[in-house]
Design a protein around this ligand. Structure first.
Ligand code: G6P
Length: 609
């Protein structure tokens, strides 16, 4: 949520820092895209500030009218929290000698305004401008000292990049919770909210440690903790390249990422197999963690939470262990009924979602061992959980999650298999069969993506409607939750998922002539029941898009469009089903001429509560 970038260096070229910042902001735009701004600093500390409501392209146009040839600057793309979307509320914010950008929320900004009498100095409605005023107030010529004092006053989450007028060529950074990564090469020093903005400049980077002050200059990066002691960050290497973070010939990131799923699934599963069975010993996960727990709690947000719902259905039916799934933002304010006997699994693509992070911390406080399933290496959730299993999706840029969901599922399937082996629910052979079906799911997804004619037919039906329902039972219900989320977030069609048997307790009143109902009926043991529910909606005029396993016997009167999933085992239907539901949402959004990759009001990484 909000993307930030800073650069100080000797990069030669016509507009140097300006170009690096604008290019970086374009890469970070998925984190927020309602306004953007840059502050460039001249050799003598003079400041050039440009900020605009709208996309980074609007800012770029404004910058290109009067390019600034500076070697140091900071840039920001905003997802509004405090204050509306306009030029004034866009970052950077300046006050006196201080200019800064911020990702996060300063919770006590009202108190700070009152305590320091800042009301008359503020121009925007943002919490961020208050931090600029505070730093200017505290600054007596030593940035470190001002920042150290500010940390004691500010509450909330933040990543700041700060320019001081009398410290030309230097960017000062400090963070609490909100992410920052940094890198240095022969062209200078870089800092950003995430790697996608830095990957063009090299493969080595580090995660900026919390509670430190980092100083960037053309010559290098120095970090010290709040007592002034030098800190050496751990240098990491990126395992993907620039192309992975670009569209590679596809019209949108989302369709590129849908196509990358089969490979991502293999990359996530294969390295964890020994003797064709899952083994997490290289990742330091002891078997006792899985064999001794009495129950499992899964916590996540959005798509990751829906992956958790599939995990719950699968684990309970395979291992007969009680599993509960919680929305992170609810869990953290509930009464958590967990202790050392509960294994807590948190799932997050970004590893930075603030509610998931807070829920993880709460679970640890309750004495529950924690295991994170995370895509971004070195992210806060990955670092703070007791154990981590990384998914290997590579960078996911489209706001609507696709490949991250698939690989989260893949890890949950691996965990289920390991649990089943350890608890005597699977023999070796059953485990190997399960894993072989998991691996062949990537082929099923590939086939689904290649043969999308029926999905395109379904799109013609769905795109005309303002509402759509997704129905299913058991595992099918778990998949349909994600299908409905995908459709609503990128096509703006109101879509809801219902357990098919629950429809007649109210929701069926909403079914009217031609309303699309996407019915999933892939689970043998409840197939007949689901088909009866499909008949009930069809009898009331619904346009039924039925998703079944290839070869399923269904009376053609029951549906308008039938989509066949190339899969034999019920438990693995989710993989091709996910691909079909993602494509349905993608083509619908595209057919409506919407911005598929950057749907309105959303952001990829939600670092506010
Ligand atoms: C946002 C994104 C969703 C994502 C959710 C959780 O809402 O738009 O796509 O599923 O956050 O994000 P995480 O990074 O924790 O998986």
């Amino acid at each position: 949520m909000c993307g930030i970038i800073g650069y100080s260096g000797s990069y030669s070229g016509s507009f140097c820092a300006q170009k690096i910042l604008l290019d970086g902001l374009e890469q970070l735009e998925y984190r927020g895209y309602d306004s953007a701004g840059v502050a460039l600093q001249g050799e003598n500390g003079e400041l050039f500030l440009r900020k605009k409501a709208g996309r980074v392209s609007v800012l770029r146009e404004a910058c290109e009218v009067a390019p600034v040839n500076a070697r140091c600057g900071i840039g920001h793309t905003r997802w509004a929290t405090h204050g509306g979307v306009n030029d004034v509320n866009a970052h950077p914010h300046s006050c006196g000698r201080v200019t800064l950008i911020h990702n996060g929320i300063i919770e006590n900004y009202h108190e700070i305004i009152a305590a320091f009498g800042f009301a008359g100095r503020l121009h925007s409605e943002t919490d961020t401008e208050v931090a600029a005023c505070l730093l200017d107030y505290l600054y007596q010529g030593d940035p470190f000292d001002a920042l150290r004092q500010a940390v004691d006053i500010l509450t909330g989450s933040y990543a700041f990049c700060i320019l001081f007028a009398d410290q030309p060529g230097k960017i000062f950074c400090i963070r609490n919770v909100s992410p920052l990564v940094a890198a240095h090469n022969e062209s200078g020093s870089f800092v950003a909210s995430d790697l996608t903005a830095l990957i063009a400049y090299g493969k080595s980077y580090f995660v900026v440690p919390e509670e430190t002050v980092m100083t960037l200059s053309a010559e290098g990066i120095s970090i010290c903790d709040l007592s002034g002691k030098t800190v050496q960050p751990e240098i990491l290497t990126v395992d993907w390249d620039v192309e992975s973070a670009q569209k590679g010939g596809y019209p949108h990131y989302m369709i590129k990422e849908i196509n990358e799923q089969p490979e991502a699934l293999q990359n996530t599963v294969r390295p964890r197999l020994r003797n064709d069975l899952p083994d997490f010993s290289e990742e330091g996960i002891p078997d006792a963690l899985l064999s001794c727990c009495e129950n499992i709690t899964i916590i996540a947000c959005g798509t990751a939470m829906y992956a958790g719902m599939v995990g719950k259905a699968l684990m309970e039916q395979t291992v007969k262990i009680p599993v509960s799934v919680h929305i992170a933002s609810e869990f953290r304010y509930d009464t958590p009924l967990i202790d050392s006997r509960t294994l807590t699994i948190v799932i997050s693509q970004s590893g930075e979602t603030i509610d998931t992070l807070a829920a993880l911390r709460l679970a640890k406080d309750c004495g529950s061992p924690t295991l994170a399933i995370v895509n971004v290496k070195g992210s806060t959730i990955a670092r703070e959980s007791d154990y981590v299993l990384y998914t290997h999706a590579g960078p996911e840029i489209a706001v609507a999650s696709t490949k991250a969901y698939t690989v989260q599922l893949a890890v949950l399937y691996l965990l289920t298999c390991r649990l089943a082996l350890l608890r005597g629910c699977f023999s070796q052979e059953q485990g190997q069969e399960f894993i072989s079906a998991l691996l062949s799911s990537s082929e099923a997804m590939e086939q689904m993506i290649r043969q999308d004619q029926m999905i395109r037919e379904a799109v013609k039906m769905v795109k005309r409607s303002d509402h759509a329902f997704f129905i299913g039972r058991g595992l099918d219900y778990a998949f349909s939750l994600e299908g409905a989320l995908k459709l609503k977030e990128i096509s703006y069609i109101h879509a809801e998922a219902y357990a098919a048997g629950e429809l007649k307790h109210g929701t069926i009143a909403l079914i009217e002539e031609k309303m699309p109902v996407i019915a999933l009926a892939t689970q043998e043991k409840i197939f007949a029941k689901t088909i009866s529910n499909v008949r009930e909606v069809r009898a009331r005029g619904a346009a039924v898009i039925l998703i079944v396993k290839e070869g399923a016997q269904v009376d053609p009167d029951v549906y308008d469009i039938r989509i066949d999933l190339p899969v034999r085992k019920d438990e693995f239907a989710v993989f091709p089903a996910a691909a079909s539901l993602q494509l349905l949402a993608y083509y619908t959004s595209d057919a409506k001429g919407l911005n598929v990759d950057k749907p309105r009001n959303l952001a990829k990484s939600v670092t506010v509560e």
